[in-house]
Design a protein around this ligand. Structure first.
Ligand SMILES: [Fe+2]
Length: 452
């Protein structure tokens, strides 16, 4: 046997061993991810895919059964019923043929249960699409970690909304997040302990629309736990995917995008759907949410191509032009663990050193005006990074597009009343740390010059 033949054999053995180790590691990793995606305990009811005529109620039970939801307009008379499509431990029941803007009480259980209604188990259906109803949304950013800050921010915002309540209306209409809902790896059990349990009192009454963050993407739980409208069940144009979609709430069209795993190119599936959806929109207000901020100088840096593997660049360069062309009013993101909120901006698609004065449509620090009553192309957009609803991190906080930057824990409350939108960042001590507004239909408002 020649020396070279022996050498070749040894190399072949070593390569074979290496391949085996890689396969074993891959299988172990897959098993680890799969295990982390499973949760066998109880999960109290939460509300999904709200619309003017339907609501999905989900919950989880330690045992398998065919779930039943009984509901009615009075807690004493739950005279309607819907049943799970199949038996299991994770239940998903969609109530349909409901009346818009109506309060319903509900109880969940199995065939063997008594179905006693509890006065705290209720929800209110969305108003008719386009209805001029005052609307309030609570936005939590990167909330999924149990900290003293998480508790303070939650209690402070709920107390503020209670004090500043709307007569004969619940204190809010929907909960949205900007992603990273369960640290550190999006395990199903982390969702339970760090998201569902801390916010259960809200989740039982108000639909939640969570954004897909990079930490959520580390396991397979997120899309198992939450239900999203792929067929325009809650408004907008069908996207055919749970990763990006839109929905309506009265006068507001929400566009939910995925900056984590979907194609972020200008001619990708998400961008093409986005153009169609925004073109079809007739509602006066448009708010878009995704996880990676196009502008931030917080715990992430939107000027770095390495940071988050260029996702912030992709969203800024490829997606923002579509949003601004269609007159999106407000863009909410997270990922950076602080609060940053821009001036009324237009057409800034480069790094922060390329920001020109004409890209800031108003130098006012707080209150902005737009000319069109509905969505006017390139009339300006406000960008807010809300990423500190559980903890705040360090960062330079000096992006020149921002009118307000702060290293404070808090959450955002957005109120839409007719032609005015107000955003308030409520800190952990209950103070309004930032307040901005957008008023529409102001003839004298400055319009951007981008693409004109
Ligand atoms: Fe993140």
């Amino acid at each position: 046997m020649s020396f070279y033949y022996k050498l070749f054999r040894w190399i072949a053995y070593l390569l074979g061993l290496l391949l085996l180790l890689v396969v074993l590691y891959g299988m172990g990793r897959l098993l680890h991810v799969a295990q982390g995606s499973i949760y066998h305990g109880e999960r109290a009811p939460y509300l999904q895919m709200a619309s003017a005529t339907a609501m999905t109620i989900r919950w989880q039970s330690p045992t398998r059964y065919r779930g039943i939801v009984r509901y009615g307009v009075s807690p004493d008379k739950l005279d309607g019923q819907f049943i799970d499509a199949e038996s299991g431990a994770s239940h998903e029941v969609r109530l349909t043929n409901l009346k818009p803007a109506t309060r319903y009480y509900y109880a969940v259980g199995s065939e063997a249960d008594e179905f006693e209604a509890h006065e705290d188990n209720w929800f209110v259906t969305s108003p008719q699409t386009g209805a001029e109803q005052s609307s309030r949304f609570w936005i939590l950013g990167d909330p999924g970690v149990v900290t003293p800050g998480q508790t303070k921010v939650r209690n402070a915002a709920l107390a503020w909304m209670r004090t500043n309540n709307r007569s004969n209306r619940p204190d809010l209409d929907a909960l949205l997040t900007t992603g990273d809902n369960a640290y550190s790896s999006g395990k199903n059990e982390q969702f339970q302990k760090q998201f569902f349990e801390p916010y259960q009192a809200v989740l039982q009454n108000f639909p939640v629309w969570p954004i897909y963050g990079n930490h959520d993407a580390r396991r397979w739980s997120f899309h198992e736990i939450f239900s999203f409208p792929t067929q325009a069940e809650s408004g907008g144009i069908a996207s055919g995917t749970e990763y990006y979609f839109s929905f309506d709430y009265g006068p507001v069209h929400f566009v939910i995008l995925d900056s984590e795993v979907s194609n972020r190119q200008a001619e990708g599936g998400m961008a093409n759907w986005l153009r169609k959806d925004l073109k079809a929109n007739q509602l006066p207000w448009v708010i878009s949410l995704f996880h990676h901020p196009p502008y931030t100088k917080g715990s992430h840096n939107s000027d770095s191509t390495y940071d988050s593997r260029g996702r912030m660049f992709d969203m800024r360069e490829n997606i923002l032009p579509i949003l601004e062309q269609s007159g999106v009013d407000l863009v909410l993101t997270g990922h950076s663990h602080m609060y940053e909120r821009s001036y009324l901006a237009d057409c800034h698609y480069g790094t922060s050193d390329t920001l020109k004065p004409e890209m800031i449509l108003s130098r006012d620090k707080q209150h902005y005006q737009k000319r069109s009553v509905a969505s006017g192309s390139h009339e300006g957009t406000v960008y807010a990074v809300v990423g500190s609803s559980a903890r705040a991190a360090h960062g330079p906080m000096n992006h020149p597009i921002m009118a307000s930057s702060m290293m404070e824990i808090g959450s955002l409350v957005v109120d839409v009343n007719g032609s005015r939108l107000d955003g308030r960042f409520i800190g952990g001590e209950g103070m309004v740390l930032d307040h901005f507004s957008i008023t529409k239909g102001v003839e004298s408002a400055t319009v951007g010059t981008c693409d004109r």
